[in-house]
Design a protein around this ligand. Sequence first.
Ligand SMILES: Nc1nc2c([nH]c(=O)n2[C@@H]2O[C@H](COP(=O)(O)OP(=O)(O)OP(=O)(O)O)[C@@H](O)[C@H]2O)c(=O)[nH]1
Ligand SMILES: [Mg+2]
Length: 126
Amino acid sequence: MLVRVAAGIILREGQVFIALRSSDKHQGGLWEFPGGKCEEGEVSLSALARELNEECGVEVLEASHFQTVAHDYGDKQVELVFFTVTKFSGEPHGREGQEVCWVPLGDLVNYAFPEANRVIVESLLK
Ligand SMILES: Nc1nc2c([nH]c(=O)n2[C@@H]2O[C@H](COP(=O)(O)OP(=O)(O)OP(=O)(O)O)[C@@H](O)[C@H]2O)c(=O)[nH]1
Ligand SMILES: [Mg+2]
């Protein structure tokens, strides 16, 4: 099963907004860039805007494609389309009750992310 996912790297003043995946979810207990599955026929940018509104309560005003990562978790194959989000309205928060935080880019190494995120975190640290 291949799942297409859109995720947002929300940036502000050298910090990035991340969220903790609840333990009952796939890759639960790890940190993520907020986002979720694209619906049937939905382009990734629309999925990004919808998911960031649902999960973080923000409206995306400016986003650009960052990197697309394909990863096989064994139980699940994902294609993650990552966007940087550089303008948004509303203050990002855990709208679904998830733990969230703003992290200086250089501190991302201290947070455990799903395997597919490794290349993304490496790119952000450069
Ligand atoms: N949102 C998000 N998902 C990620 C990241 N990295 C990564 O491997 N994933 C994987 O992408 C898949 C889809 O993400 P999701 O669980 O957020 O999807 P969703 O919001 O539609 O969730 P739902 O099933 O509760 O409706 C999951 O298998 C998750 O493990 C990431 O940085 N952000
Ligand atoms: Mg999600």
